[in-house]
Structure formats: structure tokens, C-alpha cells
Design a protein around this ligand. Structure first.
Ligand SMILES: Cc1cc2nc3c(=O)[nH]c(=O)nc-3n(C[C@H](O)[C@H](O)[C@H](O)COP(=O)(O)O)c2cc1C
Length: 251
């Protein structure tokens, strides 16, 4: 999970945990890897993560969160950033004070997913709270949540005052989300994009070991394309990576 490639630098590696000492040790270990930033996960809503007091649960425990940030900063020479949500639930929207705490304890930037823990991935993204975070700190703020086009990113960048926008799901099967031109509409162009993706995957990994994951990503390239579901079925039926690659040349 810590593997990176020179071409993707600058790269941030994210740590999660709830024990300041262990987080500090982890920071020291990854500092010697080919990375540029250490990010601390204080936004993950997954049960097995929050049950241990990590991820978004840290938003309920700012003192522990502060100790973690301080210890990670102490153990690394790299910039340390923190990824948060707007709060634990609707009655505890704390992102602005939490972000200030992070800044005061050494964070170099904050990324905010504009939802509470309780929202999971549902409901709407609260850009007002993201703007409030921006106005509460002097370090860069990265706004995140439900951005699916370059145009939307530009609009939210301007309206929120954020320094950057983070795109998650909108980039899956859609590397064009980062371009002004956006997602191509023809099958040929989508296929060309997927072929390039597959080439890069085989350059950096052993593709047959992660075939199911690759198919999941490959299938997403045909969202909204006529005949997309039939292509996805063929992708899922491919017995190995070579067959998958061959398939992309013959559709
Ligand atoms: C499958 C999946 C895995 C994720 N893993 C992480 C993670 O490891 N760390 C993290 O900070 N956020 C993680 N996120 C959350 C995203 O970084 C992001 O905050 C969230 O998806 C909202 O942005 P989006 O609407 O652009 O996807 C994950 C999201 C998804 C859908």
C-alpha cells in the first residue's frame, strides 16, 4: 500500500490510527519512503476504523487528535496534512475549530470532506462549513465532496475560497475529470483512455494479482456510453489481464 511511482509525485501517504506514539513511529518509518507529504486520516467513517477511535471518531476527541498531530509532526521532516469531515453529526459541526486546532498543532494544510460522519456518503455536501474552515485558518484548505467535473471544481474553488479541490469518486474510470474538456463521449476515446490506464497498471504492478480490482476500474470507463453494460459484462468475463487487454483492442 505504500508503493508509489516517480511520475505521481508530489505524493501524500495517509496514516490512520488513534495512538499518538504508534502514529509517530509510523510517520518516522514512511518519512524514508519516496513520498512528499504525510496526511492523517481524521475523516474515515468506516465502522472498524471509528470503533478503534481513529478516522472520523477523532473529531469527537480533539485533545487526542492534537496529540497525534503533534507527535507525527515531531517524528517527520515532511509537511503533515489532516483530512477531516465537517463533524461527527449535524449537532456537532466542529470543522472550523478542529481545523484551527490542527493548524496550531503543526498541520500544513487541511482537506475537508463536506459531510458529517453520520451522513456517510449520503445527503448533500456542506460547502458553507468548508468556507468557514477556510476563513478560520491561514494554512491551505482543500475542499472535497461530490465534484464530478472540472467546471464544478472551478466554481466551488471560487465560491468557497478554498486553495484546492480534491476529487475522489468523480475520478474513478474518468481521468478526464481533471481536464477542461472533460469526459469524451465516444467509445473510441474512452477505450483509448482505458488502454493507457491498463498499460500503466501493468508497468507498475503484477496485474493478474489484482485482476478483480482492475476490472472494477475498467468497467467504470463506459458509464453513460451506449452498449456500456455489454462491455462491462465482457470485462468481467475476462479470465486474465492479457485477455482483458485484448478485449479493449477488439471492441
Ligand atoms: C472507495 C473509497 C475509499 C476511500 N478511502 C479513503 C481513504 O483511505 N482515506 C480518506 O481520507 N478518504 C477516503 N475516501 C473518501 C474520499 O477521500 C472523499 O473524501 C469522499 O469520497 C468524498 O469525495 P468525492 O465525492 O469526490 O468522492 C474514500 C472514498 C471511497 C469512495
Amino acid at each position: 500500500m505504500t508503493q508509489t511511482a516517480a511520475a505521481e509525485r508530489p505524493v501524500a501517504l495517509q496514516l490512520f490510527g488513534a495512538d499518538p506514539e504508534k502514529m509517530g513511529e509510523a510517520a518516522a518509518i514512511v518519512t524514508d519512503m519516496d513520498i512528499d507529504i504525510i496526511d492523517i486520516n481524521m475523516g474515515c467513517p468506516v465502522k472498524k476504523v471509528v470503533k478503534k477511535g481513529a478516522g472520523a471518531a477523532l473529531m469527537k476527541n480533539p485533545d487526542l487528535a492534537a496529540a497525534i498531530i503533534r507527535q507525527v509532526c515531531r517524528k517527520t521532516s515532511l509537511p503533515v496534512t489532516v483530512k477531516i469531515r465537517t463533524g461527527w453529526n449535524h449537532d456537532a459541526i466542529v470543522a472550523h475549530t478542529f481545523a484551527k486546532m490542527a493548524e496550531d498543532n503543526g498541520a500544513s494544510a487541511i482537506a475537508v470532506h463536506g459531510r458529517t460522519w453520520a451522513q456517510g456518503f449520503g445527503g448533500t455536501v456542506d460547502w458553507q462549513t468548508i468556507s468557514r474552515v477556510k476563513n478560520s485558518v491561514s494554512i491551505p484548505v482543500i475542499g472535497n465532496g461530490d465534484i464530478t467535473t472540472y467546471k464544478e471544481a472551478k466554481a466551488f474553488l471560487a465560491s468557497s475560497g478554498c486553495d484546492a479541490i480534491m476529487i475522489g469518486r468523480g475520478a474513478l474510470g474518468n481521468p478526464w475529470v481533471f481536464t477542461p474538456e472533460g469526459t469524451p463521449t465516444t467509445l473510441a476515446e474512452r477505450m483509448e483512455g482505458l488502454q493507457r490506464h491498463l498499460q500503466l497498471i501493468s508497468k507498475h504492478t503484477d496485474p493478474d494479482k489484482i485482476l478483480a480490482k482492475i476490472k472494477n476500474h475498467a468497467g467504470r470507463y463506459f458509464k453513460g456510453i451506449r452498449g456500456g453494460s455489454s462491455i462491462r459484462r465482457q470485462i468481467y468475463a475476462a479470465p486474465n489481464f492479457a485477455a482483458l487487454l485484448e478485449l479493449t483492442k477488439n471492441i
